[in-house]
Design a protein around this ligand. Structure first.
Ligand code: SF4
Ligand code: SF4
Ligand code: FES
Length: 599
């Protein structure tokens, strides 16, 4: 094996103690690594360092060299440091051999006082009504490093407030401290050079370039990294004080990337999703589409009660009755007459229970619905199902996900399939009409949203949305990650794995599964990639379980069938959107709202 290149290490003195850091470490990061925090505004570890806020000023020096060009040593045997006469910023400077820094000297403290005073001179006294309160670095550093009183007697400069910088971001120019993080994010991460400063001195303002607006799919990350309340999310502003929010670590389920998130909730209402740092998946970012894709959990179309078909219409039922009815109907048919369509949005645990259901019934028709959109080279994946890889591993259906859908739809139309189980998908996306579904002797639907197909179901089982349940998923890079419950499901809806477990038990199986941990344990005994793992072992950052090359290659015929299925879905969606628009025109309310991009 070739030798790994050895990274040169430098000796650096921080506040009197010597440490070693690899070449290329920024001084502000070196300080952080040894537990010394240096306040900062413009520095962000994923962005370049322009060094324009001056909040990170420190004292810096290098060993005094003797006539022999070797460091002179003091009585303690350590090099004597020549300190630079003026303070230096530490965010744009890499460590060097023999470098010494002081982060808590009287000069440094005085510099921080001065910078805070300058920053606050024109800052409005907005804190009581500012959305950033509770997570504002200007407030926090003002307490830690600022003065308790202002010496400023003149009038503050007035700047624009409530500027619509883009469809999802609102700017309050008066609060901006001109750190340029948002500008650099757009240039360096979103690759959309849309923001800049105009005018001079204390009249400088942030703005979008003429004729442009901050409308890229990553725009809300600027709100996350803005250290003050200048950039706010138009969706979230003035809705909730951040200190009231309960924070739940989870993952985004809107595409196969699986960005790590924090879901902010209060009293079972989601107010916002923000990215959670995970360098293996999403660094500190997430796209706007995934971030805002949670409103449908509160849609009017949420299914709240189990329902069964009685005298030609759906009537509410209790859970044992609904599960009993579903099992009874399925048991009436022979294995070749049953098809199960599940979803790449389901968790591994739910898919494993589905696989047990498939085995118990002896079903040969089983597949997931593929879902694709445009990807980008940043985070958004073409695959809009968050757990296609989990489905491949667990269902082991012998063909690529989505390849059997057209055949299943044809078998339903021809009457070959008499009982159809649809799990977390809309049966109409298979290209089946409501009339064809209505002809089915048994249609069992488990979903969280109502749609025209659920109205024709024999049994409706209301399930949870992504933020209402626990479980695991495998992302597009083969990383196993955890989904956590942030809110309780509405009405009488139940956790998906419990519904599937009960259905399995009613059919004759699934015993001794009392918790989702039990399901994971059983799954890890049968799916080799999960061996030795448990939900708790996955941890907050997930574990890599799969080299993507390990996945079975897609058969060329599968590709054709998948494309066909996707085309059918696209056609159906287009028709649905037209109907939706026509209804909106007529003032009618929608009957089906799929989780949809809001950009
Ligand atoms: S809007 Fe926020 S992130 Fe952008 S320059 Fe101003 S303070 Fe910095
Ligand atoms: S890139 Fe994908 S996983 Fe990440 S936030 Fe966007 S939709 Fe969600
Ligand atoms: S953090 Fe160093 S100059 Fe802004």
């Amino acid at each position: 094996m070739p030798n790994e290149p050895v990274m040169p290490m430098f000796n650096v003195q921080i506040d009197g103690n010597w440490h070693q850091f690899p070449k290329g470490t920024r001084v502000i990061e070196a300080c952080e690594q040894v537990g010394v925090f240096v306040p900062r505004y413009c520095y962000h570890k994923q962005l370049s360092s322009p060094g324009n806020c001056r909040m990170c000023l420190i004292e810096m020096g290098f060993p005094k060299l003797g006539p022999d060009r070797k460091p002179e040593l003091g009585p303690d045997g350590k090099p004597i440091i020549n300190w630079m006469p003026r303070p230096q910023i530490c965010c744009a400077q890499d460590v060097a051999e023999g470098m010494a820094v002081r982060t808590d000297s009287p000069l440094v403290k005085e510099c921080r006082h001065g910078v805070m005073e300058f920053l606050l001179i024109n800052h409005p006294l907005d804190c009581p009504i500012c959305d950033q309160a509770g997570e504002c670095q200007l407030q926090e550093f003002s307490v830690d490093y600022g003065n308790s009183q202002s010496r400023f007697l003149e009038n503050k400069v007035k700047k624009p407030k409530g500027v619509e910088l883009g469809p999802r971001v609102t700017l309050d120019d008066e609060r901006c401290i001109l750190c340029s993080r948002c500008i650099r994010f757009c240039q360096e991460i979103a690759h959309d050079d849309v923001l800049g400063f105009v005018d001079r001195g204390s009249h400088t303002v942030l703005t979008a370039h003429p004729g442009r607006s901050l409308d890229n799919n990553y725009s809300l990350n600027t709100v996350d990294i803005c250290p003050v309340g200048a950039l706010t999310s138009t969706d979230f502003r003035f809705k909730m004080r951040v200190w009231f929010l309960k924070e739940t670590k989870s993952i985004c389920t809107s595409c196969a990337t699986g960005c790590n998130t924090i879901i902010g909730t209060r009293e079972d209402v989601i107010y916002r999703q923000t990215p959670r740092e995970n360098d293996h998946v999403n660094c500190c970012w997430m796209c706007d589409y995934g971030r805002l894709n949670f409103k449908y959990l509160e849609a009017q179309e949420r299914l709240l009660e189990p329902q069964i078909q009685s005298e030609g219409r759906l009537v509410p039922a209790d859970w044992p009755t609904a599960i009993g009815q579903a099992a009874l109907r399925l048991k009436q048919f022979a294995a070749p007459e049953i098809a199960i369509v599940c979803s790449g949005r389901m968790t591994n645990e739910e898919l494993w229970l589905t696989a047990q259901l498939v085995n118990s019934l002896g079903v040969k028709w089983v597949d997931i619905v593929p879902r694709r959109g445009q990807g980008d080279q940043i985070l958004l994946s073409k695959d809009r199902n968050p757990n296609t890889n989990g489905a491949r591993l667990i269902l082991r259906s012998g063909s690529a996900p989505g390849a059997k859908l057209t055949a299943i739809a044809n078998a339903v139309r021809s009457g070959e399939v008499k009982a159809l189980v649809i799990l977390k998908e809309n049966a109409m996306h298979l290209g089946l009409s409501v009339e064809a579904l209505a002809q089915l002797p048994a249609l069992i639907v488990m979903n969280s949203l109502q749609n025209p197909a659920t109205e024709k179901a024999s049994v409706v089982l209301p399930a949870c949305g992504f933020a209402e349940k626990r479980g695991s998923m495998v992302n597009s890079k083969g990383r196993l990650q955890r989904l956590n419950r942030a809110t309780r499901p509405p009405g009488n809806a139940r956790d998906d794995w419990e519904i599937l477990r009960d259905l399995l038990q009613a059919i004759g199986g699934g015993n001794s599964l009392h918790s989702i941990e039990d399901v994971f344990r059983r799954m890890s005994e049968t799916v080799p990639q999960f061996a030795g793992l448990s939900l708790s072992k996955i941890g907050d950052l997930g574990v890599h379980i799969l080299e993507i090359e390990e996945l079975p290659p897609t058969h060329p015929q599968d590709e054709k069938a998948i494309e066909e299925a996707i085309e059918i879905q696209a056609r159906r969606r287009a028709v649905h959107e037209q109907v939706h628009e026509a209804r909106a025109h007529a003032g009618a309310t929608s009957v089906e709202r799929e989780p949809a991009p809001r950009h």
